[in-house]
Design a protein around this ligand. Structure first.
Ligand code: SF4
Ligand code: FES
Length: 238
């Protein structure tokens, strides 16, 4: 099978480099890249850690769609050539490796950081929220975010408006705004009411379509919007 792999390093021009790999049964895109790096081209740069679909560090764009390289079987792709390129919307470091700092920076801008509030502690220590409670069920899916960046890469609004925080940061805001132990709801509410935040999402759900954890950042953003509208009418939670 032919792989066309995105290559770039500082000072060079972007290009797609063609490689031939023998697609063995059960081989993933990540296996193919490791094989190429070991046997054909030691200069090829990419990132991975767990190799079993847990950490998100192997996120890349394969045949035009954001995917986990370690969970994408070559046999599930077209006969080839298979194109492999780095995530969109992130600064390039080299080849398939991008700088993930924008996710963290957008979370900081949106104050998407847990701040212990009055209900953070109970008599026995840190307050727990029961797994069957309504509060927990409301955010159950959304808290599984592994920060892989696929949703950000797929978001057309992120590419259009650099001030838009993006689906990952807003999903995190949603989980914190629904956490009764957090003490920064009011500050965060102010942050999401800024121009270029909630109103910028057009609900295309590209983020939801590619999220490997089956999270719907679109739903998180819509839930934040509902809360913001209720708050504006003075009838909703902060
Ligand atoms: S919401 Fe999904 S796609 Fe986005 S960073 Fe989290 S796990 Fe990755
Ligand atoms: S290497 Fe961890 S998810 Fe692919």
């Amino acid at each position: 099978m032919v792989l066309k792999v995105f290559r770039w390093s500082p000072g060079s021009r972007e290009r797609l480099q063609k490689y031939w790999v023998k697609a063995l049964q059960g081989m993933t895109v990540l296996d193919a890249l490791v094989e190429l790096q070991r046997n054909s081209d030691a200069t090829l740069a990419f990132r991975y850690a767990c190799r079993v679909g847990m950490c998100g560090s192997c996120a890349m764009v394969v045949n035009g769609r954001e995917r986990w390289a370690c969970r994408t079987l070559l046999s599930n792709l077209d006969r080839g050539p298979v194109t492999v390129r780095p995530l969109y919307q992130f600064p390039l470091i080299r080849d398939l490796v991008v700088d993930m700092a924008p996710i963290k920076n957008k979370m900081l801008e949106m104050k998407a950081v847990f701040v212990p509030g009055r209900r953070a502690m109970d008599g026995d220590g840190f307050a727990l929220i029961g797994s069957r409670t309504r509060e927990r069920r409301a955010i159950d899916a959304a808290i599984e975010c592994i920060g892989c960046g696929m949703c950000v890469s797929a978001c057309t609004m992120v590419s259009h408006d650099p001030r838009f925080p993006g689906p990952a940061a807003l999903n995190r805001v949603f989980t914190l705004q629904r956490d009764s132990r957090d003490g920064a709801h009011a500050d965060r509410s102010q942050a999401v009411l800024a121009e270029d935040v909630l109103t910028r999402c057009h609900g295309q759900a590209n983020c939801t379509a590619v999220c490997p954890m089956e999270i719907s950042p679109t739903d998180s953003i819509l839930a934040l919007r509902r809360r913001a509208v209720l708050r504006l009418f003075g009838i909703g939670p902060r």
